[in-house]
Design a protein around this ligand. Structure first.
Ligand SMILES: C[S@@+](CC[C@H](N)C(=O)[O-])C[C@H]1O[C@@H](n2cnc3c(N)ncnc32)[C@H](O)[C@@H]1O
Length: 429
């Protein structure tokens, strides 16, 4: 059954979890990430549909918000994401260490060592000199050079955590405008550059961010340790390696207790472009890897125009009418939208495969306006899920309050005022 905003449930997630003090508590604010969940959403879902000791999955886990919340509820969590930064963030946010003091002092020791390190490391980033002034380039080179050249001088968890701290500094000393998610030297930044007012002190910021992130991580670890004493075990978060939401490779059939996720929006995000600088400094993008990632992302725009001539057809009447209308105006855009729904269908089928019978699947998604044509993404996703075998349990929405969590989109993508929460159930038991 299709639902509109008048008949759907108003979730107002922020009111549902009074125990969450703010959206950035504990490790949620280690490093920025585009289009993050507010932690209330996965927490509400997991309190409703999860149990301590369960294993849940987020197939588009991004910065790991759902996994952090799962662990705080005693639930084990698996994450899938094609973004290589996601794995580092997950370890930094949920990894536990026995000796907190030793961990902190090793991290701060690294901060000191970077000051003395020769600035020989040069990332593979095209037009490096345009994006960074000499002082920022030198200090970033000392930081990343030290961490990448000396992977064995400290335990892996220390180096990984420090790489995340280092990555959090990159955009702060970059000539690109921090208020625009895609790297871009705006008029405002050009004016700042003329006045020599663009922040350059990467080493100073590394120290500052490391202290703040350590404080958050230690509070998180203490919380989990204390809860673990009550539960009698420590829940884990793991990234499923070499996987993709469209295949869920390396996840067994019927092995997952519930899924909570927020996939990319149709044609509305530029995940890799927005964190390109960080990925290059971290040496996570070699050769054509960025191109490959841009092809694999759900919502990809990397489609050859020669494949966009035919009228796109998905098989849902209302969607096909919208696709035809977009195709008359913009052939490529229409095929980008078609591909988005094909990829989402593959992903939903995989979610069905890995869930246990009777399990719940929560999905947060926004509608779009593309070339002035409304795309009711949520109702098409609902139709796809029902076609896969799921039954719809609840359809609701939440107003987007913090716009910075959903960075500006390009004009053709339109704005998303509300996000839809769809809850499905796999039949059985
Ligand atoms: C809306 S974000 C998820 C944000 C996440 N809920 C959080 O709180 O950080 C969507 C994520 O989907 C990931 N993604 C896109 N295509 C994917 C694919 N084919 N397989 C797995 N992840 C993918 C992106 O890298 C991005 O991290």
């Amino acid at each position: 059954m299709k639902t509109d905003q008048y008949t759907a449930k108003d979730f107002s997630f922020r009111k549902t979890c009074p125990e969450i003090p703010n959206t950035t508590y504990l490790t949620h604010k280690i490093h920025s990430y585009p289009a993050k969940f507010i932690p209330h959403i996965p927490r509400w879902f997991l309190k409703e549909y999860g149990r301590p000791g369960n294993t849940i999955l987020d197939p588009f886990c991004g910065s790991g918000t759902a996994l952090v919340e799962a662990n705080l509820l005693g639930i084990n969590a698996l994450g899938v994401d094609i973004n290589p930064l996601a794995q580092m963030l997950l370890k930094a946010k949920t990894g536990l260490v026995d000796n907190h003091d030793k961990f902190s002092s090793q991290c701060l020791d690294i901060v000191e060592k970077t000051h003395e390190y020769p600035p020989n490391y040069v990332p593979d980033l095209p037009n490096l000199d345009t994006w960074f002034l000499p002082q920022a380039r030198k200090e970033l080179s000392q930081i990343f050079g030290y961490l990448l050249d000396n992977p064995h001088q400290f335990p892996d968890e220390v180096i990984d955590f420090m790489l995340v701290c280092a990555s959090s500094v990159v955009r702060k000393v970059c000539n690109a405008d921090p208020q625009i998610s895609k790297p871009f030297i705006s008029k405002r930044m050009r004016a700042l550059l003329k006045e020599n007012s663009v922040e350059q002190r990467a080493l100073h910021l590394l120290k500052h961010n490391t202290r703040i992130f350590l404080d958050r991580k230690i509070k998180y670890m203490r919380t989990i340790d204390n809860l673990g004493k009550i539960w009698g075990y420590l829940p884990t978060s793991k990234m499923v390696m070499n996987s993709d939401a469209r295949t869920l490779r390396n996840i067994r059939n019927q092995s997952i207790d519930s899924i909570i996720t927020s996939p990319p929006y149709a044609n509305a995000q530029e995940y890799f472009r927005s964190i390109k600088m960080e990925l290059y400094w971290l040496s996570l993008l070699d050769g054509d890897y960025l191109k490959q990632l841009n092809k694999e992302i759900v919502g990809t725009e990397s489609l050859p125009i020669s494949e966009c001539r035919d009228t796109p057809e998905f098989g849902i009447k209302e969607l096909d009418t919208a696709l035809e209308e977009i195709h008359l105006i913009d052939q490529k855009r229409a095929h980008i939208v078609l591909r988005y729904f094909q990829d989402m269908q593959a992903s939903i089928e995989q979610c069905y495969r890995v869930l246990k019978p009777g399990a719940y699947f929560g999905l947060l998604v926004g509608d779009n306006v593309i070339r002035k044509i409304k795309i009711n993404t949520h109702s098409f996703i609902q139709e796809i899920a029902e076609g896969t075998g799921f039954s719809t349990e609840t359809v609701g929405y939440d107003r987007i309050v913090a716009r910075r969590l959903t960075p500006k989109r390009n004009v053709s993508a339109g704005l998303i005022e509300i996000e839809w929460m769809l809850i499905f159930r796999k039949p059985g038991l």
